[in-house]
Design a protein around this ligand. Structure first.
Ligand SMILES: [Fe+2]
Length: 302
């Protein structure tokens, strides 16, 4: 997954980026002071009506997971549900590629899809991805482009999850497939396909914005911490690379999401109510996933 400034939007100062201010000064089409003020007002609405969604502000499951008190069955069940989400996300992302209405948008979506599948990022100025064979998620690059990057089966995100599953005694056929998904997991995946991968560009943008702000809310750190604590308490060595890598990536994406929204706002007549509506629908889907995991773990407690 992937797409503001250094801070999450919720805590963002109410000001425009230097690039936007310059565009207003230069009188670029669509860039007026009135539109600038309208955007700042919209930003306040987003903070009050979307970014305050409970799944962004508080996630009881990941808060519990972080403590490291889970048992093996709970870790296993978590990995299985996460693997179903990870694979179904590929479908949502492919739909996003297909439904992009600009070349630039299609390429941005393809970056994410190809990387999920195993193409490592190549940094600007490098002729090819560094260290061929380097696909260890703890170290693999989070910056650059898949253009000229290298493909490794082992760099596919599902294989990082498989490394954990294997460690927990699961077989490959036990993970990833839709049939292993709890109804709440499948609801989330289907909402991703319906909203994030929508053929209505604005719905897709709203869902992306919502998903990115969720992803930057810190849950990757909680999951990583929980697994490290689990490892320490059980003398286990479950690889945490999948979660570490996504946490590193999100810090980078958080810098782009808000800027993208700002650009988009000045170039279109965005329907604010619809944007907030669909963003909330997406976050309700996300919340269903975590609620499902929270209920499931209670059934697996000793
Ligand atoms: Fe991923």
């Amino acid at each position: 997954m992937s797409v503001i400034t250094e801070k999450p939007a919720a805590g963002r100062p109410a000001c425009l980026t230097p690039a936007t201010l310059k565009a207003i000064e230069d009188g670029r089409p669509g860039y007026t002071r009135e539109r600038g003020n309208a955007f700042l007002a919209f930003q306040l609405r987003l903070s009050a009506e979307l970014l305050n969604h409970r799944v962004i502000t508080a996630n009881p499951y990941t808060a519990w997971f972080r403590q490291g008190t889970q048992n093996e069955a709970q870790v296993r069940a978590f990995i299985v549900q996460f693997s179903v989400f990870s694979n179904q996300f590929l479908i949502a992302q492919l739909n996003k590629v297909i439904n992009a209405d600009t070349l630039e948008g299609m390429r941005a979506s393809k970056e994410i899809l190809a990387n999920e599948l195993g193409v490592t990022f190549r940094r600007p100025g490098e002729t090819r991805a560094r260290t061929p064979g380097a696909y260890d998620p703890e170290h693999v690059d989070i910056e650059g482009s898949v253009q000229g990057g290298l493909f490794h089966f082992e760099a596919g995100h599902i294989e990082w999850l498989w490394a954990i599953a294997k460690d927990m005694g699961l077989a490959f056929g036990d993970i990833g497939q839709r049939r292993h998904g709890e109804p709440s997991t499948l609801f989330f995946c289907d909402e991703l396909i319906r909203l994030y991968g929508s053929d209505d560009y604005e719905i897709g943008q709203a869902a992306s914005y919502a998903v990115e702000n969720w992803a930057a809310a810190g849950f990757w750190k909680e999951l990583t911490e929980g697994l490290r604590r689990f490892n320490a308490q059980h003398g286990a060595r479950i690889p945490t690379g999948f979660f570490v890598w996504h946490d590193r990536l999100e810090a980078q994406h958080a810098r782009h999401t808000q800027d993208e929204l700002e650009d988009y706002y000045f170039q279109t007549a965005l329907d604010e109510d619809a944007f907030i509506h669909y963003g909330n629908e997406m976050l309700d889907g996300v919340a269903a996933f975590w609620d499902g995991l929270d209920e499931q773990r209670l059934t697996l407690s000793e």
